[in-house]
Design a binder for this molecule. Structure first.
Ligand code: GUN
Length: 291
């Protein structure tokens, strides 16, 4: 058996088309949705992510305020830039690409972004609202995963979802969203302290890998017919390629033979993250219009 591929590129494009229409309608009212995209330092992977986000914004007829800061930027400097962006009525959303350099306290940065502009859902108020099921932005990657599962009618209610990885960006929020009544999943969250990872992953009806460890999940760790969602984007050195590296997920591609559903890397979850980000920027812009 070979898995059904969950095509995040196609679904992401569909969502981006609808975002584009909503952006055009807002423009008619004199509001151009705008996201400030802040990158500190020159990590090549982060640079490529922010460029993809900026390109997607432009394609959707939205604006990006591209802010590139040197590695040496101090925490105070970054905080004051965020404070200016918070006050700027033309900026509807603020994204500070994670990770920031080690000398900057990321928690302070996340807490400095005004919650109404927090399209990443990283501010503690946003996270609290999300956990409590109150209105607010949903975090982009977890939301993208849920949209993909819905698009392909993967049964979530009553299913056992095993998540590998407890990051604040993916694992923790995804576990919280999946236990909402509207999804009704039973969730196991595995992490580096988990004793027998394979025991747990083999129980999964839906297995979600979000650890940042290339090809960690092997076919013998997956139940036949499971839906396997690969959130990992890892660069692995490969001198035979012009770029000197290849991109792979957290799931060994041989898993495709065993899984019922499978997200490719690239082209699975990655494009969904961007689509959900654009959707949040539209929502942020709409809120300022008082609609
Ligand atoms: N780094 C990895 N994923 C993300 C994301 O969704 N948002 C931001 N700001 N940084 C990230």
């Amino acid at each position: 058996m070979s898995a059904v591929l969950l095509d995040g590129k196609a679904l992401g494009l569909k969502i981006r088309q609808s975002v584009k229409e909503r952006a055009a309608a807002l423009k008619q009212k004199g509001i151009t949705p705008c996201l400030a995209v802040v990158l500190v330092g020159d990590d090549p992977a982060s640079l490529s992510y922010v460029k993809s986000k900026e390109k997607a914004l432009a394609e959707a007829g939205m604006e990006s305020r591209d802010i590139r800061l040197p590695q040496s930027t101090s925490e105070q400097q970054l905080l004051s830039i965020i404070s200016e962006l918070n006050k700027d009525d033309k900026v509807h959303g603020i994204l500070v690409q994670s990770p920031v350099p080690k000398h900057i306290n990321e928690e302070k940065i996340n807490a400095a972004v005004a919650p109404q502009k927090d399209v990443d859902c990283f501010h503690p108020d946003s996270v609290g609202n999300m956990v409590l099921g109150r209105p607010g932005f949903l975090p982009c990657t977890p939301h993208g995963v849920l949209m993909l599962l819905r698009e392909y009618n993967v049964l979530v209610a009553g299913s056992h979802v095993v998540i590998v990885g407890r990051s604040n960006i993916v694992g923790k929020p995804l576990a919280n969203l999946l236990i909402r009544r509207e999804y009704n999943a039973t969730v196991t969250l595995c992490h580096t302290g988990t004793k027998d990872l394979k025991y747990h992953t083999l129980q999964a009806d839906i297995l979600i890998a979000a650890v940042g460890s290339a090809d960690l999940i092997k076919p013998d760790m997956v139940k036949e017919g499971a839906a396997v969602i690969d959130v990992g984007i890892n660069r692995v050195n490969d001198s035979s390629l012009p770029k000197g590296y290849r991109v792979c997920g957290d799931v060994d591609s041989a898993v495709i033979q065993k899984a019922g559903f499978f997200t490719p890397v690239p082209g699975g979850v990655g494009p969904m993250t961007i689509a959900m980000l654009l959707q949040n920027v539209i929502e942020a812009a709409l809120a300022t219009a008082g609609k």
